[in-house]
Design a protein around this ligand. Structure first.
Ligand SMILES: [Zn+2]
Length: 322
């Protein structure tokens, strides 16, 4: 566990209308507003405190409402009683931030805005901005580290990976403890939770696994194990699964795009190490007349790929990291 002075004292936690005392656990909910039908929409969280001082961690899913792997990972941490009998510190657990997107099978809120481009958010802003603000105002000041669980877009599979902000050494240490297949060093996008965390000098791991609207067992298992390893590294829990190899570190990534339109069938998929010139898949016209082989432009790892069966010219096919 990193021996920071901050972790050696009991800090106060206020959520909802209450102070949450060491050695207790409770739930809190924040109202975002009403659906047009009048139904109240609230963001729910659970808070677990050890009697011992230690790190304060936020485990969050569903910032994008259709990225169900993230929601399922966080749900499983609760179901498996991960936070029961914690050795130290505090866990704030938010399984589903974007309730609107979740019930509409959408990444965004109903006005089309992206919560993860709306941080830090404001009460006078759009719905996405109001949702973001609940975390920025109430939770962010009280925590030290975030694990934010995502998936790829619809039809776009991401091999399990942790993204951290380039140059953020503290988060890098946590990413190593998480032990994902890939660690991606990239800049945090403006308006993202990771950017808000960086500005507030908090550590943040953005976990990505699988694709939107499709539960993926491997991505869920790697995410859950990563959370356990990170919390074990922080001295918050007594056990965690063994490491599964050394993460491959990615400094740059680019997309291989479709040169033709047609039916797309991949022969290489995410996780694979590929050599320059190697066939990755084919694009065929529907009439059996033409077939184009997609070749790897350089050596690297496939960190994401499309599962779209039909593609247009310029569509993103493979995300190659190197
Ligand atoms: Zn996402």
């Amino acid at each position: 566990m990193p021996d920071l002075p901050l972790y050696r004292e009991i800090r106060r936690i206020h959520l909802g209308s209450n102070e949450i005392l060491p050695g207790t656990s409770t739930k809190a909910s924040y109202s975002v507003g009403n659906l047009p039908s009048g139904t109240r929409v609230a963001i729910q969280m659970e808070i677990f405190r050890s009697t011992e001082p230690g790190p304060h961690i936020l485990i969050i899913g569903g910032v994008h409402g259709d990225e169900v792997n993230g929601v399922e990972i966080v749900r499983r941490t609760l179901e498996s009683n991960l936070y029961k009998d914690m050795l130290s510190g505090t866990a704030i657990v938010v399984p589903l931030l974007n309730v609107y997107g979740f019930i509409n099978y959408s990444r965004d809120v109903p006005d089309g805005k992206d919560v993860n481009r709306s941080f830090p958010g404001t009460l006078a802003g759009s719905l996405a901005s109001r949702v973001a603000r609940i975390i920025t105002k109430n939770v962010l000041p009280q925590i030290d580290i975030i694990i934010d669980c995502h998936a790829g877009g619809q039809g776009r599979y991401n091999y399990p990976q942790v993204r951290i902000t380039k140059g953020d050494e503290e988060s890098y240490g946590m990413a190593l403890a998480f032990n994902p297949p890939f660690i991606i060093h990239n800049p945090a996008l403006n308006g993202s939770l990771r950017k808000a965390a960086r500005l507030a000098q908090k550590m943040c791991l953005t976990y990505e696994g699988g694709e939107a609207l499709r539960l993926d067992g491997y991505s869920i298992a790697r995410g859950l194990a990563g959370i356990q390893r990170t919390m074990h590294h922080l001295g918050m829990i007594s056990e965690s699964p063994p490491e599964m190899g050394t993460p491959v570190e990615i400094e740059h990534a680019s997309w291989v795009r479709s040169s033709h339109a047609g039916l797309f069938i991949w022969s290489k998929s995410s996780g694979a190490l590929i050599r320059k010139g190697e066939p990755l898949g084919t694009i065929s016209d529907p009439y059996g007349a033409r077939k184009v082989v997609v070749l790897a432009p350089r050596e690297g790892y496939i960190i994401g790929h499309t599962n779209a069966p039909v593609v247009s010219q310029g569509d993103a096919l493979f995300h190659i990291g190197y």
